[in-house]
Design a protein around this ligand. Structure first.
Ligand code: DC
Length: 223
């Protein structure tokens, strides 16, 4: 029986940090699905594709070759032979990823890839629709949340640690805008699966969240 873990939630709730640590702790492969949507967004931005045009976006996405690899356990994304792992982390790409991810053919291509990956090996997969669409039979489903203000505070802290200046109020506004688009899109909107465990991380440390999800996983394993 597969032991896949699905982690969903809004931007900045700590999904990727938690998923990466859990994967390492439990010996599973971490799959960051947001990175796949980001890669498609980067491709569209580089080609000056109009993000408002479904036809243009889908055309570009269906022609692209995307692969995931691992270096020292860290996921790398390869777009048409180029490693774009770093390039997909800019704020422009974040906003564009949320826009290209509304289109059905973009989603179905990436969802198919994600399902194939989870068939090959047990994964901790994070995203917006993992528990609802990609892995509806996941062994454990977690919905991670935190208040928008707290998520903006964490993002700002991350940027400051990298020596970058930032405006926390602007980050919060961008987070709220992305939440609204991700939750209100027609296809596979961000929502908690009925059988997912909700974990509000607003007042929790990373270690506490990892311990909490590990306990949920172990409780299921013992059943
Ligand atoms: O998790 P992230 O911030 O890297 O995701 C970037 C965008 O990609 C997010 O705003 C919505 C989209 N996304 C999605 O629609 N479905 C997923 N499974 C993962 C991400």
């Amino acid at each position: 029986m597969s032991k896949n873990i699905a982690i969903d939630g809004p931007a900045g709730a700590g999904k990727s940090t938690i998923a990466r640590m859990l994967a390492e702790k439990l010996g599973l492969v971490y799959v960051d699905t947001g990175a796949m949507y980001r890669t498609m967004a980067l491709l569209c931005l580089r080609r000056s594709v109009s993000l408002a045009s479904e036809e243009e976006v889908v055309d570009a996405v269906l022609q692209a070759e995307i692969r995931l690899g691992y270096e020292d356990g860290v996921q790398q994304v390869i777009l048409n032979g180029e490693n774009v792992t770093e390039a997909i982390r800019s704020p422009e790409v974040s906003a564009a990823a949320s826009r290209v991810s509304v289109y059905g053919p973009v989603r179905s291509r990436l969802v198919r890839m994600q399902q194939e990956l989870a068939k090959e090996t047990d994964v901790v997969m994070d995203g917006r629709d993992i528990g609802t669409v990609v892995l509806p039979d996941a062994f454990l489903k977690v919905f991670l949340t935190a208040s928008p203000a707290e998520r903006a505070r964490r993002r700002a802290q991350e940027l400051r640690a990298k020596g970058e200046s930032c405006d926390e109020a602007k980050i919060e506004a961008e987070i709220r805008e992305r939440d609204a688009r991700d939750m209100n899109r027609e296809i596979s909107p961000l929502k908690q699966a009925e059988d997912a465990e909700r974990v509000d991380t607003t007042r929790m440390t990373i270690e506490e969240v990892v311990a909490c999800v590990t306990a949920l996983y172990q409780k299921k394993t013992e059943r």
